[in-house]
Design a protein around this ligand. Structure first.
Ligand SMILES: Cc1ncc(COP(=O)(O)O)c(C=O)c1O
Length: 326
């Protein structure tokens, strides 16, 4: 969806009109991919707008920066507060949240240290990543000919802009060949993840997902789904998952901030299970959507309400349930 092109963007503590939020073409990030970022969502819950797992997202942002030896001039509390303030300022009820830490303008060369570390936060209104039908019917996906990065090359645990060169190759190949999405294997040929999503498979009611050692991003939705699944009584195993387990699965589904929980109905034109959303995927979708819509008490403290006083008035059990406010 094209940008609406309105609202304010937060840049190093200043509020800048969308149309004026420029960086110089000589900025280091443009030439050398020296940036790390986050993608989070604010949902319009029954109790008002709330950011899903804001703390976890900003923590991962700063972890990504640490791996790349970037000293952020803003700490976790300052960036989190800036996100909430920006949502209020722009008057959004639901939006996608994109904080970015990057090497800016000073000089060009592989050595990034002379360049300043800049921070920006942008928001925009963004609906479902896949279609509404896909949420129920599932996606057709292919195993990409592109692998994820080998260990000790580009760190998978860092959400670095540079990693998305690989993601783009996976996505473009899938689209060009008529699929909805691509799945990458790691360098050993085991399952890794989608171009921008983590992946789960279900067989005989047990849930499996590749572990951090399979060159995946440690997804925050992945972590949430593991927690919800265990809460529903499922066994969830994080392990090496061979490619062929996809073909033999009863269910396969993607998870991510953008993808939320989206079933996969075929892999390499081999039908997965019944060829549509399975019962475990549906149960986890429901559990996830109930949390992000504020339909159930926020027992895990995953929601940061933008207007906590209003949220508390609307849901008396919220405080007891441990809902966070900022
Ligand atoms: C490569 C990749 N894997 C997994 C994910 C899912 O992570 P999260 O659930 O934190 O959005 C994303 C989305 O950011 C991603 O880009």
């Amino acid at each position: 969806m094209a940008f609406p092109g309105t609202g304010k963007i937060w840049m190093n503590g200043s509020l800048v009109e969308w149309a004026d939020a420029h960086v110089h073409i000589a900025s280091h990030v443009i030439h050398y991919g020296s940036g790390v970022f986050e993608g989070a969502r604010c949902y319009n819950t029954l109790n008002g707008p709330a950011v899903f797992r804001l703390d976890a997202h900003i923590r991962r942002l700063l972890d990504s920066a640490k791996i790349y030896r970037m000293d952020s001039p803003y700490d976790q509390a300052a960036i989190s507060q800036a996100v909430v303030d920006l949502i209020k300022l722009n008057g959004f009820k639901a939006c996608y949240i994109r904080p970015l830490i990057y090497r800016g303008y000073d000089s060009l060369g592989v050595n990034p240290f002379p360049c300043p570390v800049d921070v920006a936060i942008m928001l925009w209104e963004w609906g479902a990543y896949f279609t509404k039908e896909a949420i129920e019917e599932g996606l057709n996906v292919k195993i990409s000919t592109w692998s994820r990065n080998a260990p000790n090359t580009m760190p998978a645990m860092a959400k670095s802009v540079a990693n998305y060169a690989n993601s783009q190759l996976i996505k473009m190949e899938a689209i060009t060949e008529g699929y909805d999405e691509g799945i990458a294997l790691d360098v050993d040929g085991n399952l890794s993840e989608g171009s921008g999503q983590n992946i789960f498979i279900v067989r005989d009611n047990t849930i499996y997902t590749p572990s951090l050692g399979s060159s995946i991003l440690g997804g925050i939705t992945r972590d949430s789904i593991i927690t919800l699944a265990r809460g529903l009584g499922y066994t969830v195993t994080e392990s090496i998952v061979p490619r062929e387990a996809l073909y033999l699965a009863d269910e396969v589904f993607f998870v991510g901030t953008a993808a939320e929980v989206t079933p996969v109905k075929s892999v390499d034109k081999i039908t997965v299970g019944s060829g549509r959303r399975g019962p475990v995927t549906e149960a986890l979708q429901r559990a996830f959507f109930d949390v992000i819509n504020g339909k159930v008490p926020d027992t895990h403290g995953w929601l940061t309400y933008v207007y906590p006083e209003e949220a508390a008035l609307r849901t008396p059990p919220l405080k007891a349930a441990g809902g966070k406010s900022r």
